[in-house]
Design a protein around this ligand. Structure first.
Ligand SMILES: NC(=O)C1=CN([C@@H]2O[C@H](COP(=O)(O)OP(=O)(O)OC[C@H]3O[C@@H](n4cnc5c(N)ncnc54)[C@H](OP(=O)(O)O)[C@@H]3O)[C@@H](O)[C@H]2O)C=CC1
Ligand SMILES: Nc1nc(=O)c2c([nH]1)NC[C@@H]1CN(c3ccc(C(=O)N[C@@H](CCC(=O)O)C(=O)O)cc3)C=[N+]21
Length: 297
């Protein structure tokens, strides 16, 4: 039995961050200032805090300015909207990321809608999702764009391939489907109401799993030779040592016997998300400064 390739997202992301770093140097030379990324974190979720801290470190390592804003769970929507308005007008800030999910009493759509679309480095604002859907130049959500980069690196031209995206969230599934369509794939979006998910997945040359259910996609669902992108980040208890570890939405060990290539968790899509965030910040900085998009991005 042949074994598929494990796609090294961590290494690809490191290369992308280096390219971004070179672009940052050019930007600093041209403008005399660093690109700036503002990250807003509401509440005390420890996983989010770790993630925000590592984003901050990588932002600085790429030569950019990192601004972090922590606010308590109890913050009112008006106060959060005021903060965003302030960041919209702050000339040092090229990118604004509001860590999701937000506490239940805050309207996420209203907060995302308050971000200046030119600084919306998550690509979640309807102006950017609308541009993506209609084929206009946009800031594109980091996770799906990272997935496309890995797929093109592995497969080259994607046109005509059957792609199945499992999950239809606004932050992963839907923009992922839009990007695959823009690459001329034949795209199916599956979700919790999909009947016979196994056979839908079995059609695919490209499977993107973005569900949030540990190892839900089984190895035998995968068409032989398909390429699988596993977006899921699921924390599970490890019975052997009592600690927890993270696994994806795909049963990777099983799938390896069927796939051409597959992304691991950790070390696959996750690191790409952060690298693309830095890329989007640099792209936003250039656009705001009236400069052409830097080479290689
Ligand atoms: N690696 C990274 O950088 C990132 C990873 N993630 C991870 O990706 C995963 C998905 O995230 P996100 O899109 O935000 O999640 P959401 O919970 O917003 O969406 C999950 C989607 O999966 C669908 N779904 C749920 N159960 C099933 C099922 N049994 N069969 C088929 N579809 C199902 C839901 O369908 P329905 O719409 O019908 O409810 C929904 O569309 C999570 O594990 C998250 O942690 C997220 C962002 C970035
Ligand atoms: N506005 C907003 N934008 C986001 O992009 C966003 C968000 N909110 N909320 C949470 C999700 C989740 N997300 C991840 C990014 C990187 C890793 C990552 O780097 N994971 C590593 C390590 C994971 C670990 O060890 O815990 C890996 O997969 O190898 C994971 C998850 C971005 N998100």
């Amino acid at each position: 039995m042949t074994i598929g390739k494990i796609i090294d997202g961590k290494a690809f992301a490191a290369t992308l961050r280096d390219t971004v770093g070179e672009g940052v140097a050019g930007f600093v030379e041209a403008t005399g200032r660093k690109p700036g990324l503002a990250v807003v974190l509401v509440g005390e979720d420890p996983a989010s805090s770790v993630y925000v801290r590592s984003k901050g470190k990588m932002t600085v390592a790429a030569g950019m300015e990192s601004f972090e804003f922590k606010r308590p769970d109890s913050i009112g929507e008006e106060d959060l909207l005021d903060l965003i308005e302030e960041l919209n007008h702050d000339e040092r800030v090229d990118g604004i990321l509001v860590q999701l999910p937000l506490p239940g009493h805050i309207d996420e759509a209203a907060v995302i809608g308050a971000i200046d679309p030119a600084k919306d480095v998550d690509g979640f604002h309807v102006v950017n999702s609308g541009k993506l859907a209609t084929g206009q130049e946009a800031l594109v959500p980091c996770t799906p764009l990272g997935c496309i980069m890995l797929l093109k690196d592995e497969l080259g031209d994607l046109s005509g391939l059957e792609a199945v995206v499992v999950g239809r969230s606004n932050i992963v599934g839907k923009p992922m489907a839009a990007l695959l369509l823009a690459e001329s794939c034949t795209v199916t979006i599956a979700h919790s109401r999909t009947r016979d998910l196994a056979s839908v997945v079995h059609r695919a040359d490209i499977v993107v799993a973005a569900v949030g259910r540990a190892e839900m996609v089984k190895g035998e669902w995968i068409k032989p030779g398909a390429t699988v992108i596993d977006v899921g980040i699921n924390r599970v208890a490890d019975t052997e040592d009592g600690k927890s570890r993270i696994v994806g939405d795909v049963a990777t060990a099983e799938a390896l016997a069927h796939v051409r290539a597959i992304t691991p968790v950790p070390g696959g899509v996750g690191p790409m998300t952060i690298a693309v965030l830095l890329r989007n910040t640099l792209v936003a900085a250039h656009a705001r400064a009236g400069l052409a998009k830097p080479a290689g991005l």
